[in-house]
Design a protein around this ligand. Structure first.
Ligand code: COI
Length: 358
């Protein structure tokens, strides 16, 4: 149960919605008229408000800029045929954000602040929901430290914010990945399981090298031996070998993806065997070579189910089975989309509905 909080609201004088080309949204480039903010000062959260989307004014010594006390989440909302807003698993994001916060010495955002802030913002900007197939309202909650001091220590003050971005797909085509064995995204005891900005910073240079070679993304391997596959940075890594859904077991260097969890749950619902375990690159390559691997995909909020078409390891490109042949991932992608849109039953109560049209 969430308690009601009192959110102050200041609306824009004039909407920007007419300036937006909803047929060419891209991903994460367009933002709605408003944003939610709430500040943590003197050990408590204060002043929750929805205000016009605007630039921030920060002291140059603000600690997150220097020391990276910064975490975020990603989730999506949709509109059903009645025009109600359906938010996919927001409580899972709120809980994961709390875990990330604890790892980098930040306060947790109370469930009522997260949920009420989100619902209020979505309701105010409800006209901004995109309508095309594959589009969604991408929601970005985030928190950063606010103390203006150069000493390295956990900040005493923080800001939690939510912004909304009507978006299309993250990947516009099947994904080509490169198994990364030199650079490290996350190591044991590090930040990999937390959604901290630092993890994404660590991934930029190796990902840039991969893009220069013609790949979209990396498959990270474990930091000790570079022997086991972990995740893809923008998404978890899943595949089907001999009709078994296999994905690397969660660890402190892998993000506990909510889409990953949803797919595992739906797979079990239909009686599919699921294995969450260590998978070596060697096993993966052997399964590709024998044809036992029939499907591979990335799973993430932004990426949804992104088919992987090519995997490169040690300079060799392996081409995976055609997308049309991939029964499990194609069906699960449709099932997940239908649940999100309210077109299929929601047996696990994943949808949080805002009824705008009672
Ligand atoms: C998400 O899937 O929501 C993420 O935060 C990943 C990011 C690459 C967009």
């Amino acid at each position: 149960m969430t308690e009601a909080i009192s959110i102050q609201i200041e609306k824009v004088a004039k909407t920007r919605i007419h300036e937006v080309d909803f047929n060419n949204l891209g991903f994460g480039k367009v933002f709605t008229d408003h944003m939610f903010t709430c500040d943590y000062v003197d050990g408590a959260w204060h002043n929750p408000q929805v205000v016009p989307f605007q630039n921030l004014s920060l002291n140059p010594a603000t600690s997150f800029i220097h020391y990276g006390q910064s975490i975020f989440e990603g989730l999506k909302a949709f509109k059903n045929e009645k025009g109600d807003i359906l938010i996919f698993r927001p409580k899972a994001n709120q809980l994961r954000m709390s875990k990330s916060a604890e790892r980098v010495c930040m306060p947790t955002v109370p469930e009522e602040v997260f949920m009420e802030g989100l619902k209020t913002l979505l309701t105010i900007d409800e006209q901004w929901f995109p309508k095309g197939a594959g589009t969604s309202m991408y929601i970005r909650p985030f928190m950063f430290s606010l103390d203006a001091e150069i000493r390295v220590r956990p900040s005493d003050t923080y800001r939690f914010m939510i912004i909304l971005s009507p978006s299309g797909s993250y990947y516009s085509e099947p994904v080509k990945v490169l198994v990364e064995k030199n650079y490290v995204r996350a190591s044991n005891g590090g930040l990999g399981f937390a959604k901290t900005s630092a993890n994404y910073a660590a991934s930029l240079l190796p990902a840039k090298h991969a893009v220069a070679k013609g790949y979209h993304q990396l498959i990270w391997t474990d930091s000790k031996e570079h022997k086991y596959v972990e995740e893809a940075g923008t998404m978890n890594f899943m595949f089907v070998i001999d009709n078994v859904l296999i994905t690397p077991a969660l660890s402190d260097s892998i993000l506990a993806g909510i889409t990953r969890d949803s797919i595992i749950t739906l797979a079990k619902d239909i009686g599919m065997k699921v294995e969450e375990r260590k998978v070596s690159v060697e096993e993966l390559v052997a399964a590709i070579k024998t044809g036992a691997l029939t499907e591979a995909f990335g799973a993430g909020t932004a990426a949804t189910v992104s088919h992987i078409i090519q995997i490169a390891d040690e300079g060799v490109d392996y081409y995976l089975p055609p997308i049309e042949s991939r029964k499990f991932s194609n069906e699960i992608a449709v099932e997940l989309t239908n649940i999100k849109l309210g077109l299929a039953p929601d047996p696990h109560n994943w949808i949080e509905k805002i009824e705008l049209n009672k």
